[in-house]
Structures are given as structure tokens and as C-alpha cells.
Design a protein around this ligand. Structure first.
Ligand code: NDP
Length: 495
């Protein structure tokens, strides 16, 4: 059967347990970037919608926070079960909203969203007060939920990142006002429906749709919001940090990256070459390169260049660009035509700066695409060589299927280039020398270093960036701590 588009839907805000349009009545049109078809209209929320949601979340907070952790965990687990029950519908919506291959949505995005909900349901049960004792005193640290949490997520991994924020907030006892990206609201709205079905009390979770500079800005500057967890671009992160400052809101910012993949010669020997190439291609181009951890600078040992680069180009050219709803598609559409123009402009700029295209470099020719998606926002995987490390394409995040190739002469040279941007999110190191891997990992300025792998995750470990890649960490206990205030109760001994 040929793939079929999603029918258009009318999305509503979830405020105080009820679905409602924006108070001002305005809506935003949501398009499938693979076809250009209208798939939804969403509320264009304003400050008055945000006020109503924050009031509801504020009212719901005392009861939610004092529920036993096991009762909150039960609700999260029930929500996870409902998403799992409807996993195919969620995967279709996520693919249609973002342009990503449905196979990716079905095997990574939605399962990971389910795992996030279950993980934090379990984590809160294993967490608790901490006790310390010395000769003079015994102290107990209680972790008390902060209040209303603003959870703002981007368009690249919509449900995956939205649940990564709301699950620890709800588990800790915070109530939530969430705002997904206006570009990809579908799965957050579907999740909102499941929260009602799961019986979350009204106000515990509010999900509003709207534009970042309007609804998002009203949310982050709201005086009754206690904390903000945000994933998105670095410039937006900066403006959120400013908005949060006057009321001292706790803020976690997961921002952009310019992540290096460092390929040493011992990873490009005949025995290792294919595995390294496959790994680097995955790191560079998964989700059309629209993952903050994607490798966008591929640093290659000079002596391995002639073996590695042609094999990389050959493997990249074999990626199948096409209809996201076809199960065999590797590369779907970019998230929007507007984003495609930004990616294309960055590549054109790189070529003007002296870069040479090894593959890709222009919008996909419609005649090469299946008929259903001929007007979609498709851009093929693109590799560029010949640019110095300081070139714009090696310094600025492009956030698309574009990676540059940079030769290095020595380990020290590789480390210098890898650390030579304002970002510090993650890196991959490709080598068969364990000692070298550990040595290099210890001096890379970033939050995560993957060795001969990429995006292999244990949800207990913190993830996040340094420098312009953000502030704070998500995951595991770090996430639970973010949403809580430590309150210490001290008893003096012998008193
Ligand atoms: P944006 O920064 O544009 O938006 C992220 C979210 O913030 C969206 O919900 C957006 O709403 C909202 N927003 C925008 N402006 C404001 C504002 N002034 N106040 C409050 N909220 C606002 O990022 P994108 O959605 O374009 O996502 C891509 C970016 O996210 C990339 O730069 C990428 O690197 C980064 N990212 C980082 C990750 C990490 O973990 N470090 C993970 C994933 C992505 P709307 O879309 O409706 O305008």
C-alpha cells in the first residue's frame, strides 16, 4: 500500500484538564514538510493563555507534591503504557510533523519517549532524603519540589525531548506548563490527550502551543514559574537566561553544538574502515543531521585521509533520500522549507568561503523523489572539505545534513581543532587504541565523549553541554535534583 498522509487535525491547548483554543482565537498552521500538506492548526497562544496555565499549575502543585512518590510514578507509568498502546499513531504523527523517516520515529523517538516516562517513574522511587552524621550533628537533606516548571522543547526530537523534561519534573512533584515547538506540536497534543486518559489531576500538566517569542517568552518571564528547562538554539537560550534572571528562576539550558568526530588512522585500517565509516555516517546524518549531538566536523588523521574520505563519500551517497513514510528511507525531509533555506544558505556560504563539495550541496532534485513528496523540503547529505578550522562552516551550527572534513597532523592538533569552537556539547573519538581514547576523552571540552559509537545512552548518566552549548545537565539524578530545592534539617547531638 502506498504511504498516506495524515488527515488535518485541530489541536487545542490543555489547561486545567480541559482542551481549549487560544483565548484570542488565533491559530498557527502546521505543515508536513515532506509534502507541504496542512496537517494541523494549533492555538497561537498568548500571555493570557500562559497566565491561565500557570495559575492552574500553581493551584495543583500543593496536592501533587504531597502525593506519595509511588502515586506519581504510577501515573507516569500509566502514561507510558498509553503511548506504547498507540505507538504507531505517535510514530506517524512524529514523522509527518518533522519529515523524519517513520522507521526512526517508530524505533527511536517514540520508544525513547516511553522509556523516559518509565525511567523517571522508577528513578523517583529509588531517590530519597540523604542523611549525614558527624560528632556534633545529624543532618537530613530533603529534596522538595520547586513548584511550576516551564518545559520548552524544540522541533528535532519533539516527543523524545518533551518527555525528557516533563517526566523528571512530574516525578519530583513539580507541576508543568509545557510548550513544544510551534513547528511540531502534534505528538505533544496527543500526549496531552493521554494525560487526561491516565487521570492526571487537572493542572498538574498543562500543554500549550504557540510561538516562542510570544507564548514561550510569556512563560519564561512569568513570576510564578519556579524553574525553566529549555532545549533549543543558543541565541534563544541566551534570551531565556536574561528573562529568567530578574526573578532568579533556576534554569537548565540544553543548546547547540559543533561536535567533532575525530578519526584516528588506526580506525581506518582495512579491518576497521567500514565500521568507522558506518558509525561516522550515522553520527553525521541521523535525523537529517538535526540532532544537537550530530557530528558536524569530521576530523581525519592526515595519513588516513586517502582511505577514509572516499569510503565516507561512497557510504554517504548510498543513503536513501526519500518519502519518510517508506520504511527503507534513510534521509527524510528537513523540518520545514524555511529551515531548508537556512541550511542551503550555510552551504552556499561555505562554498563561497572556499569549501569544496564532495557530495550533496543543493536541494534535492524533485524528479528524483517519489511523487507524493516532490514538493517537500529535501536536502541530501552533504560533505564539504577544504575549509580551515576557523571558517564559518566549522564554527557555526548548521543543524542539517551537512558535515565538514578537516585533516589533522597529530593527536594534539586534533584536540586543538576539536576544542576550537565556542560550543562544548559532545564528541566522538574513533580509534582502536583504548589508551589514546581515554587520553583524548579526558581533554575534550564537552559534556559527552563517545568512543567508537554515537548516542549510546544510559538514562542514568547526565547529558548536556558546556560553554555556548548550555548550562546544567539532564538525565538521571541530575534531572531530579534540578526540579527540587534541597532543604536541610539539622539536629545537634545530645540536644
Ligand atoms: P529554538 O531555540 O528556536 O526553539 C526551541 C524552543 O524554544 C521552541 O519551543 C521555541 O518555540 C521556543 N522559543 C523560541 N523563542 C523563545 C523565547 N524567546 N522564549 C521562550 N521560548 C522560545 O530552537 P529550534 O526549535 O529551532 O531547535 C533547534 C535548536 O535546538 C538547534 O540549535 C539545536 O542545536 C538545539 N538543540 C539542542 C539540544 C541539546 O540537547 N543541547 C537538543 C536538540 C536541539 P517555537 O519553535 O514555537 O518558536
Amino acid at each position: 500500500m502506498p504511504p498516506t498522509s495524515l488527515p488535518a487535525r485541530v489541536i487545542a491547548n490543555l489547561i486545567d484538564g480541559r482542551f481549549t483554543p487560544a483565548r484570542g482565537g488565533a491559530t498557527i498552521s502546521v505543515y508536513d514538510p515532506a509534502t507541504g500538506a496542512l496537517i494541523a492548526t494549533a492555538p497561537d497562544s498568548t500571555a493570557s493563555d500562559i497566565d491561565a496555565a500557570v495559575e492552574s499549575a500553581t493551584n495543583a502543585f500543593p496536592a501533587w507534591r504531597t502525593l506519595p512518590a509511588s502515586a506519581r510514578a504510577l501515573k507516569l507509568r500509566l502514561l507510558a503504557d498509553l503511548v506504547e498502546r498507540d505507538i504507531d499513531a505517535f510514530a506517524l504523527a512524529e514523522s509527518s510533523d518533522t519529515g523524519k523517516p517513520i522507521a526512526l520515529a517508530r524505533t527511536i523517538d517514540i520508544p525513547r519517549a516511553i522509556a523516559n516516562l518509565r525511567f523517571f517513574a522508577d528513578a523517583i522511587l529509588e531517590d530519597g532524603a540523604e542523611a549525614f552524621e558527624n560528632a556534633q550533628s545529624s543532618s537530613i537533606i530533603h529534596h522538595r519540589a520547586l513548584g511550576v516548571a516551564a518545559c520548552i522543547s524544540p522541533w528535532n526530537l519533539p516527543l523524545y525531548l518533551f518527555t525528557w523534561k516533563i517526566a523528571p519534573a512530574l516525578a519530583t512533584g513539580c507541576t508543568v506548563v509545557g510548550k513544544p515547538s510551534e513547528v511540531t506540536p502534534l505528538t505533544a497534543w496527543m500526549l496531552a490527550e493521554r494525560t487526561v486518559e491516565a487521570g492526571f489531576p487537572p493542572g498538574v500538566i498543562n500543554i500549550l502551543h504557540g510561538r516562542g517569542p510570544l507564548a514561550g517568552a510569556a512563560l519564561v518571564s512569568h513570576p510564578r514559574v519556579a524553574c525553566i528547562t529549555f532545549t533549543g538554539g543558543t541565541a534563544t537560550g541566551e534570551s531565556i537566561a536574561r528573562a529568567a534572571a530578574p526573578t532568579f528562576k533556576r534554569t537548565a539550558l540544553e543548546l547547540g553544538g559543533k561536535n567533532p568526530a575525530i578519526v584516528f588512522a588506526d580506525a581506518a585500517t582495512p579491518a576497521q574502515l567500514q565500521a568507522t565509516v558506518d558509525g561516522v555516517v550515522r553520527a553525521a546524518f541521523t535525523n537529517q543531521g538535526q540532532v544537537c549531538h550530530c557530528a558536524s566536523r569530521i576530523l581525519v588523521a592526515r595519513e588516513a585521509w586517502d582511505a577514509f574520505v572516499p569510503a565516507l563519500v561512497e557510504r554517504t551517497l548510498r543513503l536513501r533520500v526519500g518519502d519518510p513514510l517508506e520504511p527503507t528511507t534513510d534521509i527524510g525531509a528537513l523540518v520545514s522549507g524555511q529551515h531548508l533555506l537556512k541550511v542551503a544558505a550555510a552551504v552556499d556560504g561555505a562554498v563561497r568561503d572556499g569549501g569544496r563539495l564532495l557530495c550533496g550541496g543543493a536541494r534535492s532534485d524533485a524528479s528524483t523523489l517519489p511523487e507524493r513528496v516532490r514538493s517537500g523540503a529535501f536536502y541530501p547529505p552533504t560533505l564539504i572539505e577544504g575549509l580551515p578550522p576557523a571558517a564559518r562552516a566549522n564554527q557555526e551550527e548548521i543543524f542539517g545534513p551537512v558535515a565538514t572534513l578537516i585533516p589533522f597532523e597529530s593527536e594534539a592538533d586534533a584536540i586543538g581543532i576539536a576544542n576550537g569552537t565556542r560550543f562544548g556539547l559532545s564528541a566522538t573519538v574513533w580509534t582502536s587504541d583504548e589508551t589514546r581514547a581515554a587520553r583524548v576523552a579526558s581533554v575534550l571540552d564537552c559534556g559527552t565523549v563517545w568512543i567508537n559509537s554515537w548516542m549510546v545512552r544510559d538514562l542514568r548518566v547526565p547529558i548536556g553541554g558546556m560553554h555556548a552549548s548550555g548550562l546544567g545537565r539532564e538525565g538521571g539524578r541530575e534531572a531530579l535534583r534540578f526540579f527540587a530545592e534541597p532543604v536541610v534539617v539539622v539536629r545537634a547531638k545530645g540536644k
